[in-house]
Write a protein that binds this ligand. Sequence first.
Ligand SMILES: Nc1nc2c(ncn2[C@@H]2O[C@H](COP(=O)(O)OP(=O)(O)OP(=O)(O)O)[C@@H](O)[C@H]2O)c(=O)[nH]1
Ligand SMILES: [Mg+2]
Length: 248
Amino acid sequence: MTFKIGIVGKPSSGKSTFLNAACLTDAKTAPHPFTTIKPNLGTAWLRAECPHAERPCKPRAGKCVDGIRLIPVPLVDVAGLVPGAHAGKGMGNQFLSDLADADALVHVVDASGRTDAEGQPTKGHDPAGDVRFLEDELDWWIAGIIKKDWAVTRRKAELKAFKLEAEVARQLSGLRVSPEQVEAAMKKIGFTTSADDSKILELAREVRVLSKPIVIAANKCDLPEARANVAKLPGAVPCSAEAEYALR
Ligand SMILES: Nc1nc2c(ncn2[C@@H]2O[C@H](COP(=O)(O)OP(=O)(O)OP(=O)(O)O)[C@@H](O)[C@H]2O)c(=O)[nH]1
Ligand SMILES: [Mg+2]
């Protein structure tokens, strides 16, 4: 199975520039929000030592060059996410759906603080808030799917018509969430059929953490304001998609 990575973030954070730098694509980029509507696709190449003794080996996917395996990793760059996206704001649920089959996410954050939460030009915006909002949007989106049929799910699970974790896993299978991940998340937070909205949100969060791990790319680090902001983003990888693209 191919491992797919979604590139996410608010509008104008530099997602398409990041895709172009990683995959040498020519996705359209511009200094205003919602340049990308339909997702852009690219392929990045992961380098790993080839496990085969035979040289050159013939892998099913990718290439083997002098004992170094080039493994193709599909990347999808989606439209910008704005606060309230899970409820349909901005491009809303459409691009949340474009992320459904991603196994991991790169959250491209504008570390310069020169764009606001909607991607409009500003000064001094705190990117730490962008990190939280994106996680919240993903959690509400997943919680929304569970809540849609919750009354029926709860009743049938109480009547032992099916196992609760198996049914919730079925509802989330389109998001590449496995039954094992749902089971582990439920066990961790003590989730039962008596769950209320806040418990469902807690479950969604655990499921998201397990099924869509996020790496934060602190972008636009070529701009002077980025230095102080990166210090406020623990674990983020500083980068400049624009500089990287130009270099490649
Ligand atoms: N200084 C600087 N500007 C960047 C960098 N990466 C992207 N930009 C600029 O930021 C603007 C937005 O870049 P895009 O790649 O179009 O951003 P996006 O996140 O795909 O935007 P939407 O598709 O509208 O959501 C463009 O003007 C880019 O040139 C960077 O590393 N440094
Ligand atoms: Mg874009």
